[in-house]
Write a protein that binds this ligand. Structure first.
Ligand code: NAP
Length: 246
């Protein structure tokens, strides 16, 4: 992939893991489109920094992925910037507990919309552009797509859908577009942060005995984009061994 012209769209990239991926890929020469929903100040600050390093190399677009029409509009807006998308990283995600007692249809729509429906319709919108560039899609999954996280049934069901979307679209979009997933374990604590006790409980299940860093996800994304021309339909767990079970 010719990094100098290649364009990467990263959803939910104003902060945290998405922002790290955006910065790292920009440093490798890619042009970057940062999508955000509410975090406009962070998104704007990020692209100001990136454009200072290389003028006209970063843009932002706003939209709510829980709505299919808006997801498609995000794709159209992204294409209108440089008329080109080489890499789509479906990173945006809502994450919060929904106990069976309290779960509502609104929770279902938000968690499924942001994690699964939005990414599906966004990807669908970008298929012709991605095909043209022989591009790739990376979906951020979660190790809890396979082993459920207590009190998070809707989120886990949605992420299980993202895992199947990864495999299913890899088959549908071959040979022009590769589709892969990254399944993080504990990388960044969610906001608000869990209690020390809850963190200790999670860490006790990680064979490598530490949480990961955004850079662990960044390096996996770079590998899938640049060094994996014969890999499609795979989901790589980046979890310190946690999915081995302890
Ligand atoms: N952090 C971890 O340790 C971990 C573990 C397992 C899996 N993952 C996965 O890795 C990815 C990145 O994790 P993260 O912790 O950095 O993510 P995050 O901070 O929880 O969320 C990333 C962004 O998603 C956006 N978002 C949420 N709902 C949205 C919606 N309806 N429409 C559009 N955007 C929406 C938010 O954008 P705004 O702020 O602009 O509203 C948010 O900043 C996620 O897919 C997550 O599920 C992370």
């Amino acid at each position: 992939m010719n990094n100098k012209d290649s364009v990467v769209l990263i959803t939910g990239a104003a902060k945290r893991i998405g922002a790290s991926i955006a910065r790292a890929l920009h440093a490798r020469g890619y042009r970057i489109i940062i999508h955000y929903r509410h975090s406009q100040t962070d998104a704007q600050k990020s692209i100001n920094e990136l454009n200072q390093q290389r003028p006209q190399s970063a843009h932002i677009i706003q939209g709510d992925l829980s709505n299919a029409t808006q997801a498609q509009a995000i794709g159209q807006q992204a294409l209108a910037i440089w008329d080109r998308i080489d890499v789509l990283i479906n990173n945006a995600s809502s994450f919060y507990p929904t106990s069976l007692d309290s779960a509502t249809e609104q929770d279902w729509d938000q968690l499924f919309g942001s994690n699964l429906k939005g990414p599906f319709f966004l990807t669908k919108t970008l298929i012709p552009a991605l095909k043209k560039q022989q591009g790739c899609v990376i979906n951020l999954v979660d190790i809890h797509a396979e082993k459920p996280l207590k009190d998070h049934p809707i989120y886990c069901i949605a992420k299980a859908g993202v895992a199947m979307m990864t495999k299913s679209l890899a088959k549908e979009l071959a040979p022009e577009i590769r589709v892969n997933g990254i399944s993080p374990g504990a990388i960044l604590w969610p906001e608000p942060e869990p209690s020390a006790e809850a963190k200790g409980k999670i860490l006790s299940k990680v064979p490598l005995q530490k949480i990961g860093e955004s850079n662990d996800i960044v390096q996996t994304a770079i590998f899938l984009i640049e060094q994996a021309p014969y890999i499609s339909g795979q989901i790589i767990a980046v979890d310190g061994g946690r999915s081995l079970g302890m």
